[in-house]
Write a new protein. Structure first.
Length: 388
């Protein structure tokens, strides 16, 4: 009896040892892939610091490189705060979807149903869905001369689109700004308050801010522009809605899990997440969701680079409405880039494969380079998992 028990114990220990060795080998392989993806970026673009987070079946790993500030030489770690630029827009989309699924915000209604200052303008004929899918025709940047809400409203009231709403995708900070204002108005609270007091806590993002509190300032990385000049984002009209989030790699990986449906969420917020993955238009190589962009999985690197390249951001692209809209797809790569003058971000995930990656850096560098790095990491994660 004793010998039999000893044999069983040895077999169990051997199995645990093999499992641990296999897990260690897998982790080592992932680290090698991440190292190989990030080292060339830092070398080519002189990026001081990079944080990478990955999720596989809800299990997380983080890889930090370099410094958060060249002046202090503080190392990047899991608490380092990065500006994520237009990844902010996906947070605004989630908030708008929350209002929509609560029956408070109609995507088919004109913007002026919620932004009363624009009544009597072209926005009587521009829908909430148009501003949320970059099909309003609004340009990318807020004009330099516009520094407050009154000036912004005056500019918007005088603006006329070059083409009919819903016919062209024109990437726009202003459009997402109006989406956020409409969502906040429908919820009866300021947008920043709705994000920081409702959305972020619901998603477990406890180190994410629209305004960094004093206690978290020591963790706020210093950004650098293409000439290595220190830069941080300045407040501006629509910053909260379009590009103002500062966050950490662990918080963004939690966000990935929420978007892949593998994080425990209140049912109302899960509906909001799912709503944001509905496809409304095709534009160039991707399907335009509410802010998020998606591609059928698997997708080629060339297609992903084109979808995130300068033409997709700076030039109008014919938009074709999906009727009915495309229901959320699990077998898709869903992604978003983000940049400020001194920071770069990229987030991508494949719900059907339960894999995702986020890359954060404290220097501006091209979208295509971060897409290539993330693609290499996702491919490695995908190959390491059993195929369905």
């Amino acid at each position: 009896m004793t010998n039999a028990m000893n044999i069983k114990t040895k077999v169990a220990l051997m199995a645990l040892t093999c499992a641990a060795a296999s897990a260690h080998a897998a982790q080592s392989g992932v680290k090698s892939t991440v190292d190989a993806a990030i080292a060339p970026l830092q070398a080519q673009y002189g990026i001081p610091g990079v944080a990478v987070g990955i999720s596989v079946d809800g299990k997380h790993a983080f890889y930090n490189y370099g410094v958060a500030s060249k002046a202090t030489q503080a190392r990047v770690d899991n608490e380092t705060l990065f500006e994520v630029g237009s990844v902010t827009k996906t947070v605004t989309a989630t908030l708008a979807c929350y209002a929509h699924t609560q029956g408070k915000l109609s995507f088919s209604a004109p913007v002026t149903d919620y932004v009363s200052a624009l009544r009597g303008s072209v926005f009587d004929r521009v829908s909430v869905l148009n501003v949320g899918t970059h099909t309003s025709g609004l340009p990318l940047f807020v004009p330099d001369a516009v520094t407050n809400d009154a000036q912004m409203n005056a500019w918007l009231r005088a603006w006329q689109p070059a083409s009919a709403p819903g016919t062209q995708r024109v990437y726009s900070n202003m459009g997402i700004g109006l989406l956020g204002r409409a969502a906040a108005q429908s919820l009866g609270v300021p947008e920043r308050q709705a994000v920081e007091q409702q959305l972020l806590p619901a998603l477990g993002m406890t180190h994410t801010w629209l305004r960094v509190p004093t206690a978290s300032e020591p963790h706020y990385a210093q950004g650098y522009d293409k000439t290595d000049t220190p830069k941080r984002m300045n407040p501006g009209v629509f910053d909260d809605e379009a590009y103002g989030v500062r966050t950490t790699a662990p918080d963004l990986v939690r966000y990935i899990d929420a978007n892949m449906g593998i994080a425990p969420l209140d049912a109302a917020w899960q509906r909001a997440i799912d709503c944001a993955h509905t496809g409304y238009y095709t534009a160039g190589p991707f399907t335009q969701d509410l802010v998020w962009e998606q591609y059928p999985w698997p997708v080629s690197l060339d297609t992903l680079e084109r979808g995130n390249g300068p033409d997709a951001i700076l030039k109008p692209t014919p938009a074709h409405a999906l009727t009915p809209p495309l229901a959320p797809q699990a077998d898709a790569l869903i992604n978003k880039t983000g940049s400020t003058n001194g920071f770069s971000a990229y987030i991508a995930y494949v719900p059907a494969r339960r894999i995702g990656v986020v890359i954060l850096a404290n220097k501006a560098y091209p979208n295509e380079a971060r897409v290539r790095a993330a693609y290499a990491i996702l491919e490695a994660l995908d190959k390491a998992k059993p195929q369905p």
